[in-house]
Design a protein around this ligand. Structure first.
Ligand SMILES: [Cu+2]
Length: 308
């Protein structure tokens, strides 16, 4: 049996419990809180719809991710606004002047708790179905499609090795990752040592690179761009992998298809290999030719056009 400071507790009197708990001004309090809730919701939705806090978006799959993120924000604003409205109104209306003064205990209101349970469960179920299941299905469908290009990425403490197996191109620790815009690209990921993770902020999706197994992630770049202009274009390791983790990133450059083919045919001859081991001081590999990249190169060091 609950004891209240005033009135007589009647468990059957469900309608007036909430009102009685708050005193005779209960209805006015509910209306005032409702108005505050509506104002905070309108302000919150205006902020959510009017601002974009996300980095540059440059992939088809990322549209699913951003759509889900926006929907979650839109749904969560009224929920948070309700909590804040009740909190702010209560703090203002029932502020206790003297610390020893305590308010009456609040008896539970079955209608309110049932309503809260039903509404929050319905919201959770709705989000589970959309964008949850629908988004996962959309991404799975894209991943099952035949890729236009396969890129093998091997994570090594602390850099990325890149290979284009269909074109016989392999690059150890290249200075950048060049990708064609509009192509459906399947990245096959593995690691030689510990667990790393693939993450290009502009593409949104993440996938682990795990020693002894190959994980895949399919991405279709939709915008050309490069790390020099926008740092969302970088392949950043997203799994703490040791002291070099923060430095484990590879600039990404998304280019037009024709430019990619041109770059690939140059890279396929091997001049991109051994970038890391390039010795600018020696000069024996540099300085010969001078007609751009050395197309005869078969791994005998780095040869760039400009004459050091
Ligand atoms: Cu890492």
């Amino acid at each position: 049996m609950t004891t209240l400071t005033w009135g007589v507790y009647d468990p059957d009197d469900k309608l007036s419990v909430l009102e009685r708990d708050m005193g005779s001004d209960g209805r006015r309090d509910i209306v005032a809180t409702g108005v505050l809730w509506a104002i905070l919701t309108a302000l919150g939705e205006w902020a959510v719809l009017g601002t974009n806090m996300l980095p540059t978006l440059a992939s088809r799959q990322g549209e699913e991710v951003d759509g889900a993120f926006r929907l979650l924000m839109i749904y969560s604003v009224p929920v948070m606004a309700l909590v804040l409205a009740v909190l702010f109104y209560s703090v203002a209306r029932w502020r206790v002047e003297t610390p020893e003064e305590d308010g009456p205990p609040i008896a539970d209101h079955k209608g309110f708790s049932r309503g809260w349970f039903i509404v929050s469960s319905a919201l959770a179920l709705l989000l589970f179905i959309h964008p949850g299941l629908t988004g996962l299905l959309a991404l799975a469908e894209e991943a099952e499609a035949e890729p236009d290009l396969v890129v093998e990425l091997t994570a090594v403490q602390w850099h990325w090795d890149v290979s284009f197996p269909e074109h016989g191109v392999t690059m150890e620790n290249p200075p950048e990752l060049v990708l064609p815009v509009g192509a459906t690209i399947r990245f096959d990921l593995t690691s030689t040592d510990v667990i790393h993770a693939f993450w290009v902020p502009a593409f949104r999706l993440k996938q682990d690179a795990i020693p002894g197994q190959t994980n895949s992630v399919t991405i279709t770049p939709t915008e050309v761009g490069s790390y020099g202009e926008d740092d969302a274009f970088r392949l950043q390791c997203a799994e703490l992998c040791g002291t070099g983790h923060a430095r484990m990133f590879l600039p990404v450059r998304v280019v037009e298809q024709a430019e990619f083919q041109q770059w690939l045919s140059g890279a396929g001859m091997g001049p991109m290999e051994g970038m890391e081991g390039m010795d600018m001081g020696e000069g024996d590999d540099m300085g010969e030719g001078g007609d751009g990249m050395d197309m005869s190169g078969d791994g005998d060091g780095m040869k760039m056009g400009d004459e050091g």
